[in-house]
Design a protein around this ligand. Sequence first.
Ligand code: FRU
Length: 477
Amino acid sequence: MKEKEGLLVQKAYNEVEKFRETVKNDPYRLAYHLMPPVGLLNDPNGLIQYKGVYHVFYQWNPFETSHGAKFWGHYTSSDMVHWQEEPIALAPSEWYERNGCYSGSAVESDGKLYLFYTGNVKREDGTRETYQCIAVSSDGVHFEKHGPVLKLPENYTAHFRDPKVWKKDDRWYMVVGAQTLDEKGTVVLFTSKDLYHWEELGNIAGSGMNGIGDFGYMWECPDLIHLNGKDVLLVSPQGLKPSGYIYQNLFQSGYFIGELDYDHSDFQHGSFTELDRGFDFYAPQTFTDESGRTILYGWMGITDEMEIYQPTISNHWVHALTIPRVLQLKEGKIYQAPVDELKTLRKDKLEVKIDKMKGKPVHIEGGQSSELLLELLNMGKEPFQISFRNEANLILDSDKGEIRLQRRNLKTSALETRTCKISSVSNLHIFMDHSSLEIFINEGEEVFTARYFPNPKDDTIIIHGEGEFKITKWNLG
Ligand code: FRU
C-alpha cells in the first residue's frame, strides 16, 4: 500500500476506534444486517462468492454521516449470516479517485479477484471527471490498484459511473450508468477480452429509448443479469416523477425484462417495475453464487433530504444493507425471497393460530429482532392490520386490492404511507430488526423495505382484523 493510502486508511481506523463504543451502544444498531462500523454506508458493491467465501463491499464514508469521498468497506462470510469485518479494500488516495472510490462490482479471473469501480474526481469549478478503475487481489483481502481502464467516452456527461462486469462465453461485458449530453439517463455496454481493454458497444437502454418515454436524467447502478431464461436490466433511475402509487421515493430502483442481442448490442425490453414498495431501498446489486442462486443486496436507505433526520446520526453511524434475497423470475415478475441461510438465526419459536378473529386484537411480544410468517387462511372484509412496535403499520385492504405500509416520518412524526396494488395476499414473511422492516408478500411477489425508529423498549406486535390466520414467530440472533 502506498504511503498516502496508508495514511488515509489509518485515519479511518482511528475514527472506527474513536466511536466504537458509542456506535455499539446505539439501541437502533441492527442484529443481523450489515452496517458501517462508523460513518455512512450506501451502495452494496463488489458482491461475489470468491473461493467459497462471500464478499460484500460497500460505499463508505468513515469520517462523516453524510456523503463524501467514499471508501470501499469490506465484509466476508462463509454463510451470509456470520460476517467478519475485513481491512479497508479501497481508499480514495490517487489522483483519479480523489473524491471517491465510487460504486462497482467484482469478478474472478484466473483465480484473482478483480474490483471494478468508478474513480470520482470533482474539479475546483464544480465539474467532474470519471474513470472506471481496476483493483486486483489474490487473497480477496488485499487489493492492488491498477488504475483507470476506461475514460469517459464521447456523447456522455461526466455522470458516468458504477461499472458492473460479467462474463458470457469467452468475453467480458460491462454496463455503466450514464447521462447523455442532453441529460437523459442511460446504460452503456462495453466488451473486453482481457478486462483491461474495453470497446464501446453503445447504449442499450435509457430515457426515450425502446418506447419508454421520458425516464429520468441519470441512471445509476445498472446490473444486467440472466434470470430464468431472460435478460433483466436492474437499474436505479433518477428524475422520475411520482405517479399514483408508484415512484413515491425521490429515486427508484427497478428492472426491465427483455432479450439482449449481444451481436448487435440491442436490448429489447418491456416496461419498468419497481423492485421495492417501501421507503428505503436503492442501488441494489446482484451476484450469482456457487450454487447458482442470483442473490441481491440493496442499500436500505436513499439519498434524499430526509437522510439527515436518521436518529443514529447522533451516534456517528447511518444506514445499512438489506438482508440477502434470492431472485426468481415468475410470470414476468421478479420475486425476492430471503436466503435460506437466515433460518439458522431462528430461536424461541412461537405459533399462534387464530380461528375466528373478530374485533379483539392479538398482541405478540418480542418484536425487536424477529421473523414472522403469516398464513392468511380465510380473511374477512375488514382491513387486516399489523402494527409494529407502535411505530409502523401494514394494512391489507382487500376491498381496495391494495397493501399499505405506514411509518412515522423521521422529521415530523406524522404517518406517511407507501401503497401497492395486489389482487390477493396469502402469506407474509416479515423480517424485523431493531430499526428495520422487510416485508415479503406472497413469497416475495412484492416487497416493502423500510427503516423505522420505535421506542427501543416497545416490542409489541398487534394484529387487528377479521378472519383466520396462522402466525409463526422466531426471535433472531
Ligand atoms: C448511488 C450512487 C452511485 C455512486 C455512489 C457514490 O447511490 O450515487 O451512483 O457510485 O452512490 O457513493
